[in-house]
Design a protein around this ligand. Sequence first.
Ligand code: SF4
Length: 300
Amino acid sequence: MNAPDHKQLEKQRLEANKLEKRLCRLAGQAIADFNMIESGDRVMVCLSGGKDSYGLLDVLLKLRARAPVDFEIVAVNLDQKHPGYPAHVLPEYLKSLGIPFRIVEQDTYSVVKRLIPEGKTMCSLCSRLRRGVLYRLAGELGATRIALGHHRDDILETFFLNLFFGGKLKAMPPKLGSDDGRHVVIRPLAYVKESDLARYAEVRAFPIIPCDLCGSQDHLQRKQVKQLLRLWEKEFPGRVETVFNSLQRVVPSHLLDRQLFDFPAVAAGGGATAEGDKVFDIEDFYSTATFPLRDAVELK
Ligand code: SF4
């Protein structure tokens, strides 16, 4: 294969520059929209060695350098003692960045192996154990925020998993209180596409640690949902964005959850209400759909 010529290199440089700007803009927007980070916060960035958490740390460091708010970053990694885990990779990387970090060694791998029968998915127990260690660590470090590298596609996958298999209209929050009530967990990459993070990891040559060291397989249902989203991206450009946008425009009065909306209190009041149903009108999906019309809801 021939070496890339000057023009190609320049094009790659411009694309990489655009990608970095897009990631920073989207993360900055999510941080602002959900008030994720405030002045004086100490943000504990959880690194797994995967592309998403490397991207998260990189983007947060860039944002901090130019943000009007002053906040601290401390990177952490939990070495769960998976056989073959290259324990030197993250410390070396973090040292090269010159930022504060903490590596915690805790053999959750053996615990999971002992408790989960062979062939069963280990992820749920593994992540619960990991969460406990990280919360403890956040307390020790005085972290006011715990930042995780989940992105837009994680949020959508969780949404569809809940919809298809869990019977709930529920995704993954961009900001939430930890279950012990002591910390605030944030997901600054909530607006960022996974494919952008994958590309960014290539561009920045992050020293990725493979995520299949534990030998656990992705859950079958999650795989199915991933495939579905990938197919939609390919066949119906814009559909995934439309679904994601819909998570930000919820109309509780038009769902059926009695906890969210006081249906018994609905009464004729003599005036128009903004969300009042135009009962006999047909919803105009055509003007708002960003995916091909042939695939929009058939209006008869
Ligand atoms: S893939 Fe492995 S390391 Fe990751 S959560 Fe599942 S069991 Fe744990």
